[in-house]
Design a protein around this ligand. Structure first.
Ligand code: ATP
Ligand code: MG
Length: 176
């Protein structure tokens, strides 16, 4: 049995991090933590006032998520964090070197539709544009997997478990 993963579920707003994260955690038998819950009070005040966060606001938040992830090292866990920029993921990895990323991706039209149906949330299209503009997908040198968000949350979680399982497989030797 391999060491349980500490998984950061990442992706643009509306890809289903909060929906799929807990299902993935349940399937892996590990705890789930919601990334939004790690904001320091200053960030919450700013967001409540409708002021967008800048990167200086994000570092302490990412550090708090990183501390949680580090605390789950060897035990396993799932935490959500959009982690759109490589620099954000570098910051998370600095705290939790063993963390792996699960990038939820999907067609923009699908994500937009799901966002529009979301209760109690309002996200103008421009915000989704800026999310996609900011997104830096996982590099080849970053430990992680990419999972498409078509289908039901349960299907996506299953896909995630399978993709994470592949990370543990020793690489086949190259065929000549
Ligand atoms: N596979 C799915 N099928 C149908 N609806 C979904 C699916 N996944 C998520 N949704 C719905 O899409 C909306 C966005 O999902 P969710 O809130 O989980 O996204 P998020 O990535 O956590 O977004 P944010 O970055 O804003 O926190 C919600 O209303 C959710 O119920
Ligand atoms: Mg969310």
């Amino acid at each position: 049995m391999s060491t349980p993963h500490v998984v950061v579920v990442m992706g643009v707003a509306g890809t289903g991090k909060t929906t799929v994260g807990p299902l993935l955690a349940a399937a892996l038998g590990v705890p789930y933590a919601e990334g939004d819950d790690f904001h320091p009070p200053a960030n919450i005040a700013k967001m409540s006032a409708g002021t967008p966060l800048d990167d200086d606001d994000r570092w302490p938040w990412l550090d708090a998520i990183g501390r949680w992830a580090h605390g789950r090292a060897g035990l396993g866990g799932v935490v959500s964090s959009s982690a759109l920029k490589r620099a954000y993921r570098d910051r998370l990895r600095a705290a939790a070197p063993d963390a792996v990323f699960l990038h939820l991706t999907g067609e923009r039209a699908l994500i937009e539709r799901r966002m529009a149906d979301r209760k109690g949330h309002f996200m103008p299209t421009a915000l989704l544009d800026s999310q996609f503009a900011t997104l830096q997908p996982l590099g080849d040198d970053e430990a992680g997997v990419t999972v498409d968000v078509a289908g039901t949350p349960e299907e996506i979680a299953e896909r995630g478990v399978a993709a994470l399982g592949e990370l543990d497989r020793p690489h086949e030797p190259e065929l000549a």
